[in-house]
Design a binder for this molecule. Sequence first.
Ligand SMILES: Nc1ncnc2c1ncn2[C@@H]1O[C@H](COP(=O)(O)OP(=O)(O)OP(=O)(O)O)[C@@H](O)[C@H]1O
Length: 246
Amino acid sequence: MVSIKLDNVSLVYKLHEKLTLSAPDRRVAGPGGRIESSGRKQFVQALDGVSFELKAGDRLGLVGPNGAGKTTLLKVLYGIYEPSGGSVAIEGKVDALFNINIGFRREATGRRNIMLRGLISGWTEAEIEEKMEDIIAFSELGDFIDLPFKAYSQGMAARLAFSAATALDPEILLMDEWIGAGDASFQDKAKRRMDELAEKAGIIVLASHSEALIQSVCTKKLTLKGGRIESFTAEPIKRAGKVSKA
Ligand SMILES: Nc1ncnc2c1ncn2[C@@H]1O[C@H](COP(=O)(O)OP(=O)(O)OP(=O)(O)O)[C@@H](O)[C@H]1O
């Protein structure tokens, strides 16, 4: 059964050189986590006491101001960072679309990049080959699929990344603000696919500054501020542009 459970998770970034922008006593509160120091080292407390649970079919919108900890939380869920404290328990195969350019080789064609990405996500060559034509068709990249990735626009890169990541049936899909790069027709298509994915009892976590996007894609909302949970709407939020049952 697909699930995510975080219990009192904290994440501290360690910086080895002291920041020189301002002396600690003159530092003013701004966006982001807490800056702390010890000797020559400085730390940013990016997540602090974060606990929540998600189950199959949940679509969580992750919101909060710049530096609130949204991307850090996605990276903890993806396993890029070990939490500094607390525990993370995840059941299910996770795929992520944070920065659409990450994980793509600039010199390789779109087709080759689909293969490489699939292999990194743990799929076999045969499994990827089987899905290849569907992925290409969904992306609508046409002949561009055989051109190097560096020749793609941002929106084309988003199409490739989204098509590849979702065609391989991830059970848990983590996403950042990538969707804005796709044009309106692709965004509609992408939303429909996310609905299908959630209906297959997957989990989606989408970090965004767009309230409209969160409203149309998500069923729950977690608001972070300074690395802490400000609110967690555990009851389904009202979805605008509803495509299917939550
Ligand atoms: N590699 C890093 N090293 C040190 N501090 C970092 C690093 N990455 C992020 N931070 C700090 O962690 C805090 C949370 O950053 P994060 O990128 O998770 O925020 P966010 O909510 O995604 O912000 P935004 O909306 O601006 O993308 C911020 O205070 C940021 O300065």
